[in-house]
Design a protein around this ligand. Structure first.
Ligand code: HH2
Length: 257
């Protein structure tokens, strides 16, 4: 899953692809580099990010989804607003990536069910403004697993086809570095939920704290964490650097079979 951030303030590439033409060009490159899914987002969810109004998010996302339709890839929309998801599905997206796991907008579950869209449910404690304030768990893997199982059941109860749902531990969303490490080590316990697991470690700050890298130097740590996630059973890796990761995965797959 290649990341197309149409935002001025995303933590690693904010402002680079705010222009729709630049975002579309970037998405095409990610597809050529091997992405199977392009995840288009118009609102940053980095810690402390300011919320974006619906009109502005629509203005950012819809032209980019329209510009990417017709490629041999699926398009997901990274939003927690049902109105933005609806417009993106109209424009050619087929998956909703909701970092609030259907808790952000009461209309979202019915929309995804009605449109028969794919759905990514992600774990997050609180919201991006508060999530990194002293996150605490007794057993982070068990608590994330139970949360995802509950959100999966809620989505199915709302009419979303179970086979269309993917689950994501939300690396960096209300977690300390140790929580992120524990989740990556315990990923098999999330795989056991029986739905494909999405993992996004790309360029995140816990990598920088582990290896001393700045945001634009985190490819090595991104590849290490993503390969470990894939080896533990992750089905989808959410990435900014698709070509390098595709190469690493090809080699890792050749070794592991
Ligand atoms: N991470 C980010 C955003 N959306 N969605 C899922 N399902 N999983 C993730 O780990 C995830 C996500 C944060 O990364 P990015 O989009 O690069 O940054 P920002 O939120 O600042 O735009």
């Amino acid at each position: 899953m290649g990341v197309v951030n149409v935002t001025p303030d995303s933590f690693s590439d904010g402002g680079l692809y705010l222009d729709p033409g630049a975002a579309i060009e970037h998405g095409r490159e990610l597809a050529a580099d091997g992405a199977a899914i392009l995840d288009v987002g118009g609102e940053s969810s980095r810690p402390g990010a300011a919320p974006v109004a619906i009109d502005e998010e629509l203005r950012r996302v819809v032209p980019v989804v329209e510009g990417l339709r017709g490629l041999e890839v699926d398009i997901s929309v990274d939003t927690s607003k049902a109105a933005v998801a609806a417009a993106a599905l109209d424009a050619g997206a087929t998956i909703v990536n909701d970092v609030t796991a259907l808790r952000g907008d009461p209309e979202m579950a019915a929309l995804v069910a009605d449109r028969d869209a794919g759905l990514v449910l992600m774990h997050m404690v609180g919201d991006p403004r508060t999530m990194q304030v002293n996150p605490e768990y007794d057993d982070v893997v068990a608590e994330v697993r139970d949360f995802l199982a509950e959100r999966l059941a809620a989505a199915v109860a709302a009419g979303v086809e179970g086979s269309r749902i993917w689950l994501d531990p939300g690396i960096g969303f209300g977690k300390t570095d140790q929580h992120n490490f524990e989740l990556l080590r315990g990923l098999d316990r999330l795989v056991a939920l029986g739905r494909p697991i999405v993992v996004g470690t790309s360029r995140k700050s816990f990598i920088g704290r582990a290896d001393g890298s700045e945001i634009d130097e985190r490819l090595g740590g991104t590849i290490a964490t993503s390969i470990l996630a894939a080896a533990a059973g992750a089905a989808v890796l959410r990435l900014h650097d698709v070509r390098e990761m595709a190469e690493a995965l090809m080699v890792a797959t050749a070794v592991l079979g």
